[in-house]
Design a protein around this ligand. Structure first.
Ligand SMILES: Nc1ncnc2c1ncn2[C@@H]1O[C@H](COP(=O)(O)OP(=O)(O)OP(=O)(O)O)[C@@H](O)[C@H]1O
Length: 447
């Protein structure tokens, strides 16, 4: 009987021949064979979405390959391990062949040529979003419609959206793809009323196979635009066309978003993107440096990745800054050069804002609890209340996104932060002691 490594290697080879590079990266590279016992091959995958995809689309290959190699029936079993993912390796594969028609259509759809699946680094905070994006690109209009990405600023929502568009055009060059920001949608709509071109507006938006609308939190307060978008949505949805939306928060947290839109957005799948861990940040920088053919030592990349932890746009900006600094000085890039280049950047990125850690430390001091307990899972009241107060203050006093705040409390879900915020808000009204304590901590933090 061949061993598990051999079988997995053979499986990888056969998947490589039948899957596109992005699919291979999303499904096969993110999976890990765990054991082969009693003809059962156990495979660890990162999420339920991955598990379902494997079961539906990839598992039969295991049975086929298993039989070919062993003469016996090998049955696959999938288990989910949330801690599994690590950033994908820089791509070593050949460039995908993108036809001229696809390129022209990508341009027409206003897609950024750099935002493809190939240039996207998969890591813990985005693997589910990436996998969902891929499913939608391969099979638009059926599995997750609408697909809704939410999360903090600069974490790759737009990038994934464009990647879906590119991939769909690779698969079907004649597909009609349209990307707009929510502001452009609103402006187009208003212009169409002023210019009496409503029919043309409808033609434009309701005859696409894939509609990508970015940052829909800016629909808040725009009643007429929401009304029009509601009809656009219905028309596309009823025709089985794919809709992908992004926002910095969940639909039900967007102020003044009509209830009927909130409920429609929940028909498909909502996936959050959380800030990347250090490994992923390093992998993103490495990929970017390689693409730009920059020579940067690994420890310098780690240094830069350590300086900026919650926004990939700023991370990329830091790399550009280091590069410019090196050119200006006529020196090679090194860690000390990077430190010099980023010195002036630090106050700007931090914006003199309170950090989540400062809030946590202040609350720990006030209630005499330990930081590790505050970030831990203990459910005793003496810790739960300070924990919820810290989350409340992090939300009130900083610009951090809900997922980011959750992540800073030992990897808690953003819904825990919402719950904590609501809870403390209510207590502040009912409980004078809590009100006094929270105010004291807040005053101390702001003084
Ligand atoms: N996983 C990733 N791999 C490679 N590059 C990434 C990744 N995530 C984000 N980026 C890059 O970071 C930058 C910011 O990403 P993007 O514009 O998609 O963020 P966003 O979440 O849409 O932000 P906003 O909320 O401001 O619209 C882009 O240049 C994008 O290519």
């Amino acid at each position: 009987m061949p061993n598990i490594e051999y079988i997995w290697k053979e499986l990888e080879d056969s998947y490589r021949t039948i899957l596109t590079t992005p699919s291979f990266n999303a499904w096969i590279e993110q999976a890990r064979p765990v054991s082969l016992e009693n003809n059962q091959l156990t495979i660890e995958v990162p999420s339920t979405l991955h598990k379902e995809y494997w079961e539906k689309n990839l598992a039969s290959k295991i049975v086929e390959t298993g039989f070919r190699l062993t003469g016996e029936e090998i049955t696959p079993q999938f288990i989910i391990h949330n801690e599994l993912a690590s950033p994908s390796e820089p791509l070593k594969k050949e460039e995908p062949l993108i036809s001229d028609i696809t390129k022209q259509n990508s341009k027409k759809a206003l897609l950024n040529p750099k935002y493809t699946f190939d240039t996207f680094v998969i890591g813990k905070g985005n693997q589910m979003a990436h996998a969902a994006a891929l499913v939608v690109a391969e099979d638009p209009g059926s599995t997750y419609n609408p697909l809704f990405f939410y999360g903090g600023v600069g974490l790759g929502k737009t990038h994934l959206m464009h990647a879906i568009g590119h991939q769909m055009l690779v698969n079907t060059p004649s597909a009609k793809v349209k990307y707009v920001s929510s502001e452009s949608f609103a402006n187009d709509f208003i212009n169409s009323i002023q210019n009496r071109t409503s029919e043309a507006f409808r033609q434009e938006y309701r005859n696409v196979d894939l509609l990508l609308v970015d940052d829909i939190q800016f629909f808040a307060d725009k009643e007429g635009t929401q009304e029009e978008f509601f009809h656009t949505f219905n028309s596309l949805y009823n025709e089985g066309r794919q809709i992908v939306l992004t926002s910095d928060r969940l639909p039900n947290e967007i102020p003044k978003l009509q209830e009927r839109l909130v409920s429609r957005f929940a028909w498909g799948l909502s996936v959050d993107i959380t800030p990347p861990d250090l490994e992923t940040r390093i992998a993103i920088l490495r990929k970017k440096a390689d693409a730009e053919r920059l020579e940067i030592p690994d420890d310098t990349l780690s240094y830069i990745a350590g300086q900026i932890d919650s926004n990939i746009r700023e991370l990329e900006g830091a790399l550009v800054r280091v590069q410019a600094f090196a050119t200006m000085q006529g020196n090679d890039i090194s860690t000390s050069l990077a430190a010099d280049a980023l010195k002036t950047l630090k106050p700007a990125t931090q914006n003199n804002q309170l950090s989540i850690l400062t809030i946590q430390e202040e609350v720990c001091n006030y209630y005499h609890v330990q930081l590790k307990d505050l970030k831990g899972k203990k459910r005793v009241k003496s810790i739960v209340v300070p924990r919820q107060i810290s989350m409340f203050l992090a939300r009130e006093l900083t610009d951090n996104s809900l997922p980011k705040i959750g992540a800073e409390f030992g990897g808690k879900d953003h819904t825990t932060v919402i719950h904590a915020h609501e809870k403390i808000q209510q207590l502040m009204v009912k409980d004078m002691t809590i009100q006094k304590e929270v105010t004291e901590i807040k005053n101390h933090l702001l003084s």
